[in-house]
Design a protein around this ligand. Structure first.
Ligand SMILES: [Zn+2]
Length: 214
């Protein structure tokens, strides 16, 4: 077992577990981004509030810079940090989809559980090709009805709904794999709307923004 003092400098070895290697990779990513271990440690201590790390502050500080396109969409101020985080991983193709786990020999089957077709679950399938996901996307597009054309607040609401959709598709996939809980397309669309509304009602958008969606 590595003590936490070593954690900042320890290197992964051939026999280490896959999970441990991932943890070290994340650490290195953050260290590179901030230009050194000390900077990362300072950042983490600055994100403590009442002895709890404020994850949103950490996510914000570690958000990708110019390396990732569309980072405005991902780190849009209105988005939930957890939504942004999943979106960010999805864009970078870092989500642990079943095709990956299957290649590493961690699971035996890699079939997409959303459409239950005999299709391997990859990032591209899950978010862009899957029949189930497509029905969800269509429902959300229908809801927004393209009436949110234009810039400013309308653009922000669209991004918000987009990020909430990615998050909820990923969450549904996890619920099916790990809890054997299945929701229908309609239930998922409803959950995305609730998420979107919850964020909107806690934001300081102009009143007309709410009317666009009603
Ligand atoms: Zn599918």
């Amino acid at each position: 077992m590595v003590n936490i003092g070593d954690f900042w400098h320890v290197k992964s070895k051939a026999g280490d577990s896959w999970l441990w290697k991932q943890l070290i990779k994340s650490r290195d990513y953050a260290v590179n981004l901030l230009g050194g271990v000390e900077n990362l440690k300072n950042l983490i201590s600055s994100c403590y509030v009442n002895s709890k790390v404020r994850l949103s502050a950490l996510y914000n500080a570690l958000k990708p810079g110019s390396k990732v396109d569309r980072h405005d969409t991902v780190w849009e101020k209105l988005n939930y940090p957890k939504h942004s985080f999943i979106m960010w991983l999805a864009i970078q193709d870092k989500l642990l989809t079943q095709d990956r786990l299957h290649k590493r020999g961690i699971i035996q089957s890699n079939q997409c559980l959303l459409c239950e077709g005999a299709v391997a679950e990859s990032r591209n399938h899950l978010f862009f090709d899957c029949n189930f996901s497509n029905c969800v996307w269509n429902g959300i597009m229908e809801w927004l009805k393209f009436k949110l054309r234009g810039k400013g607040s309308k653009q922000r609401i669209k991004r918000l709904a987009l990020t909430a959709t990615i998050y909820n598709i990923w969450r549904e996939r996890n619920a099916r794999i790990f809890k054997e809980e299945f929701r229908s397309v309609e239930q998922l669309i409803k959950a995305i709307k609730v998420d979107t509304w919850t964020i909107l009602l806690n934001s300081s958008l102009p009143d007309e923004a709410y009317n666009w969606l009603l």
